[in-house]
Design a protein around this ligand. Structure first.
Ligand code: C5P
Length: 226
């Protein structure tokens, strides 16, 4: 079985490469996000791929359709396994990203970011979002209609999304925390609960990357969920 865990390498290049050497491509995929990509550029994606890892390029593209389609094309050229755009960029933007991917034989999974898992009800209302769950659900439906393969959402929202968008619509969930952790993530679940809710992939950063033994932490999370 392919591992549902995606480790978020929110680090600079040397630390990311070093950490990847302590992980196992059979037990996890890796996420290259804004910090690592901005400090290191596309070469780090190629370097991590050459170590056998599938790469989720998490740059959350959000721009006009033509610009986003071009950025997604570059991600396809890099051979990433998964790439994402902000669903709030709208259906034209998402559809142009989805069309671009059709040109490639080895197609990355295209995911739409709904509402960031760090945003709680108070912050959401300051952004004009009255109810996070229903907003997430409308963005998920829009992403599906626009040809995306799935969404990024909170583990707490997966059940409803799967009910409305179908089981094969992929749910990628950050905000995964072993119990009793407190930090900037708000809409969180334990790994076991996220899988029970129907999450297909769990994005886990600090609980693994800041652990004294990242491989042991990864294995212990895998044990908990399998
Ligand atoms: O360290 P932590 O487990 O909180 O890392 C979560 C990762 O998931 C971060 O890299 C963050 O950028 C990403 N992410 C998120 N919420 C989203 C989309 C991505 O936390 N909606």
């Amino acid at each position: 079985m392919s591992s549902p865990i995606i480790v978020a390498l929110d680090l600079e290049r040397d630390a990311a490469i070093k950490l990847s050497s302590r992980l196992d491509p059979n037990l996890c995929k890796l996420k290259v996000g804004n910090e690592l990509f901005t400090s290191s550029g596309p070469q780090v994606v190629l370097d991590l791929k050459s170590k056998g890892f599938d790469i989720f390029l998490d740059l959350k593209f959000h721009d006009i359709p033509n610009t986003v389609a071009s950025a997604v094309r570059e991600a396809c050229e890099l051979g990433v396994w998964m790439v994402n755009v902000h669903a709030s960029g709208g259906s034209k933007m998402m559809a142009s990203a989805a069309d671009t991917i059709l040109d490639y034989e080895s197609k990355p999974i295209l995911i739409g970011v709904t509402v960031l898992t760090s945003i709680g009800e108070d912050e959401a209302s300051s952004l004009g979002i009255n109810h996070i769950e229903s907003h997430t659900l409308s963005l998920a439906k829009l992403a599906k209609q626009s040809g995306l393969d799935g969404i990024v959402c909170s583990p707490q929202e997966v059940k409803k999304i799967k009910e409305d968008c179908g089981n094969d619509f992929i749910a990628v969930t950050p905000g995964i925390r072993p119990s009793n952790t407190e930090d900037d993530q708000t809409r969180i679940s334990t790994p076991k609960q996220a899988i029970a809710n129907g999450s297909d992939y769990l994005v886990i950063g600090r609980p693994i990357t800041r652990s004294a033994d990242p491989l042991a932490s990864l294995k212990s999370i895998l044990n908990e969920i399998t």
